[in-house]
Design a protein around this ligand. Structure first.
Ligand code: PAF
Length: 282
């Protein structure tokens, strides 16, 4: 496995493979890798000749006061994990090489970036799509895999690919969970013991909603109330949002559920904000 630090060297490597007719699959990450990332890498590896993983904590997608400075990092552990799943290259650029002096261009996503996480993180998805477009141009993948835990991110990236005619197939990988149901996230490392114990309320509430939908007709308001009541019964949990939305356009679902929709939630435990979601099928 090769480690490439410089964007220009990454681009040259990719250009040479593409010129030989070889295919590239790509998993972009911010590091502190866990089994969720590794499952995306396994999924990507089987779809191309080469697997490239990027590790870059992208300053552009953090607002002032967010956790950029404290974002967990484990360079040696990450490299070992990438090697264990058969990555060919780990692309590990520095912020200065990705955003040199004079950098000023941003990709601006449309209304898909507005609801859910976009409400409390209004500049987040600008930073995400800007770095993902740069990474696509450097890594030149035919296929890229993103996790469905960040469902809105996946949809915003899919829309950028569609709107800007990018020649990349975007795939979503399933959410990977701890045995008690907590979705794997690098940010789980911030949780205290008590917060970690209570964080299970997210997946529990998604399960309750699923049962409620399976047991008969339910309205969006009833489902949202059920989830809120379960989450707020946990003293450390502070709801950022609980929403039921159309899973393509992310617009609110109102009234009785008639087709598949996305139940998405963001909940703070102290300084840590966790997200989770499930597609509900009435
Ligand atoms: O999901 C992430 O880890 C990041 O948002 C991504 C897609 C790597 C862009 O920085």
């Amino acid at each position: 496995m090769q480690t490439i630090l410089e964007p220009a060297a990454m681009q040259t490597w990719a250009r040479e493979r593409r010129a030989r007719g070889e295919t590239i699959a790509f998993v972009p990450t911010m590091g502190f890798l866990h089994e969720g990332h590794l499952s995306l890498m396994r999924m990507a590896r089987d779809r191309a000749d080469h697997l490239i993983v990027s590790i870059f904590v992208n300053p552009l997608q953090f607002a002032p006061g967010e956790d950029l400075a404290t974002y967990p990092r484990d360079e040696a552990g990450d490299l070992a994990k990438c090697a264990s799943v058969g990555a060919d290259v780990v692309f590990f650029p520095t912020p200065a090489s990705m955003y040199p002096d004079g950098f000023q261009t941003r990709v601006k996503p449309g209304p898909l970036a507005g609801p859910l996480c976009g409400r409390s993180r209004p500049t987040h998805f600008d930073g995400v799509v800007t770095v993902v477009l740069k990474l696509f141009n450097l890594v030149k993948p035919q296929v890229a895999v993103f996790g469905r835990k960040d469902f809105q991110q996946l949809q915003v990236i899919r829309r950028m690919v569609r709107d800007l005619d990018l020649d990349v197939e975007v795939l979503g990988g399933p959410i990977v969970r701890e045995p008690d149901g907590v979705a794997l996230s690098s940010r789980n490392a911030y949780l205290t013991g008590a917060e970690r114990a209570q964080a299970v309320c997210l997946s529990q509430s998604l399960g309750l909603a699923e049962q409620r939908v399976a047991s008969g007709e339910a309205t969006a308001a009833q489902i949202i109330e059920l989830v809120r009541a379960h989450v707020t019964a946990h003293p450390s949990a502070e709801v950022d949002y609980v929403e039921l939305v159309d899973s393509e356009e992310l617009t609110p679902v109102v009234g009785t559920l008639t087709g598949p929709c996305l139940l998405a939630l963001a909940v703070r435990f102290g300084a840590t904000r966790l997200i989770d979601n499930r597609v509900l099928v009435p």
